[in-house]
Ligand binder design. Structure first.
Ligand code: ADE
Length: 236
């Protein structure tokens, strides 16, 4: 299966994406595992003010992002990954909810383009146009049922969820098998069991005896029980 190798982010706040140079993702870039481009939407405007928004047709509060700069920006970044399908991710609280399964699915995309809307969002004709354009696939994605100031933070969340799954990004890939939402009990995904490290006693709290027993069967059984109970008791 082909894996992601290029990510492009279009935003009016390129500095918001600076954390992509740190830690896991920064190392993945340095190792040549992925390429990331951050693009200022205002570079695609022609007026002196760099206007990217206008009042909504039909009236109402707020401003809507104009389609023309978005079309130009998306066409330009598509040229950075020629010959592959471009998957356009439009960040909106109205989109499909991000889950671990969606993150896994997106690892198969060769070129992901993140469109970070602000204000009342992007004129919907941008999504409609690219959904029918050859060589593009469009998804509207939300990171949860709350409203952020824009799609930048949502993009950071989604990119981190995808990139850490790519081959070579995490030193010990088996740790990916034992984490929340990857652990399974039949068809149900579970959150992770609790973890402990040294010292054995800390502020009067001790490590459960089973974890010190060296009995791997019993440890696995205890962890599964703990994961099930944490999953069932988690506030919805
Ligand atoms: N933009 C504003 N709120 C958002 C959310 N919850 N998810 C994705 N993009 C957003």
């Amino acid at each position: 299966m082909s894996k992601v190798n290029r990510f492009d982010v279009i935003t009016i706040f390129p500095d918001y994406l600076a954390p992509l140079n740190l830690s896991l993702i920064g190392r993945a870039i340095d190792a040549g595992l992925i390429e990331i481009g951050i693009h200022d939407l205002r570079d695609q405007t022609s007026d002196v003010h760099g206007s990217v928004d206008d009042t909504p047709y039909g009236g109402g509060a707020g401003m809507v992002m104009s389609p023309e700069p978005w079309g130009k920006a998306i066409d330009a970044v598509a040229e950075l990954a020629p010959g592959v399908e471009h998957e356009l991710i439009v960040l909106t609280p109205a989109g499909e909810k991000l889950t671990q399964d969606l993150a896994i699915e997106l690892t198969s995309s060769k070129h992901l383009i993140f469109a970070c809307g602000r204000y009342e969002g992007i004129d919907v004709r941008v999504s409609d146009y690219y959904a029918n354009a050859s060589g593009f696939k469009v998804r509207e994605v939300s990171i949860g049922d709350y409203v952020l100031g824009g799609g930048e933070v949502a993009t950071l969340v989604i990119m981190e969820a995808i990139i850490r799954l790519l081959p070579g990004v995490i030193g010990n890939p088996s740790s990916l098998d034992e984490e929340s939402h990857t652990l399974r009990d039949g068809d149900d995904s579970l959150v992770e069991y609790p973890n402990y490290t040294k010292p054995k006693e800390w502020r009067g709290l001790s490590v459960p005896d089973v974890l010190l027993s060296g009995n791997h069967g019993e440890i696995a059984k205890w962890r599964l029980e703990q994961a099930k109970s944490r999953t069932n008791n988690r506030p919805k």
